[in-house]
Design a binder for this molecule. Structure first.
Ligand SMILES: C[S@@+](CC[C@H](N)C(=O)[O-])C[C@H]1O[C@@H](n2cnc3c(N)ncnc32)[C@H](O)[C@@H]1O
Length: 291
């Protein structure tokens, strides 16, 4: 049996029985408005159970007794609590070599192009990088398949709104389950096997780590701190959480942040068709600027 917000749900009940409190309509409305306004993430009615489960963890952490108490706490400590609220709400599913056709395209189409242009300075942005599997994959593909990569100036900026996932990404430490999608020779070449307390974990080696910078960046922010443009922008499986208006604004920003000969990658289930004519499709969910 679930308790109503603010009624019977005490932390004691929660702790002893694992019972979850019920998120009332009013509090859900408040949280979904805050989340939409601050992150662009749209939470439909269908997401109510998910929000309830995810915020329960935070309420438990704060040793509070109900959603009503937590929503009051958010109102009173808005600036400090916002980051934790958003961290709870984001969906961070990701994998190494996810949607591998994009990495094959890098190897087969983009790298020969760069070699032809004798490109030595390369800037890549993984926007919505989650726990880092995407930028580490990009780094491995670059080192493995771009001739002379180690001597080139290659930098990957990995950004996300969620500070928890960024912390994990920056450690470069992954479980055996996490690295299951990496072929054994690549795993051996680019990761160290943990010993002692790190037994069962794998740590990205320096050549990968040195290429990547993890930073918090809310894609909704009015301005971004980056000065230059990028050769590649990966924003995969992020815009699905945004509405059309937010997506449009974002692609306008990406247009300006992408070099004229750059490429934009979105998730396989995402499309710019019918949304903006500023980009043209060149391959499966890969776009270039219309100049
Ligand atoms: C499902 S993950 C995708 C990870 C990776 N790009 C991939 O395709 O495997 C979506 C990520 O987008 C991030 N995100 C959601 N809203 C964001 C925003 N407004 N600004 C920056 N990142 C955001 C989430 O925190 C989450 O880590």
């Amino acid at each position: 049996m679930a308790f109503s917000a603010g009624a019977m749900g005490t932390n004691d009940n929660e702790g002893k029985t694992g019972i979850m409190w019920t998120l009332g309509d009013g509090d859900f409305e408040y949280f979904r408005n805050v989340v939409y306004r601050e992150s662009g993430i749209r939470l439909t009615e269908l997401k109510k159970a998910l929000v309830q489960a995810r915020l329960t963890k935070r309420i438990r952490q704060l040793k509070m007794g109900s959603f009503a108490e937590y929503s009051e706490f958010v109102r009173e400590n808005y600036n400090d609590e916002l980051v934790h609220l958003i961290n709870c709400i984001t969906t961070n599913k990701t994998d190494f070599f996810r949607e591998n056709r994009h990495f094959e395209f890098m190897e087969n189409t983009i790298f020969p192009e760069w070699m032809g242009k004798k490109k030595n300075s390369i800037r890549i942005w993984s926007a919505g990088c989650s726990t880092g599997e995407e930028p580490y994959t990009i780094a491995m593909v670059v080192l493995e398949h771009l001739p002379g990569a180690a001597a080139k100036d290659v930098k990957i900026l990995a950004t996300d709104i969620d500070t928890t996932v960024l912390e994990k990404g920056a450690t470069g430490m992954y479980s055996a389950d996490n690295v299951a999608d990496i072929d054994t020779p690549l795993l051996k070449k680019y990761f160290l096997r943990g010993r002692g307390p790190n037994e069962g974990n794998f740590m990205a080696k320096d050549p990968l780590k040195k290429m990547i910078r993890f930073r918090r960046l809310n894609l909704l922010d009015e301005t971004y701190p980056m000065k230059g443009q990028f050769d590649l922008i990966f924003c995969r499986n992020v815009i699905i959480y945004f509405d059309r208006e937010t997506q449009l604004r974002l692609f306008e920003r990406f247009y300006n942040y992408l070099r004229d000969d750059g490429y934009l990658f979105v998730g396989h289930s995402e499309t710019l068709t019918g949304l903006t004519s500023r980009f043209k499709l060149v391959s499966n969910s890969i776009y270039r600027k219309v100049l």
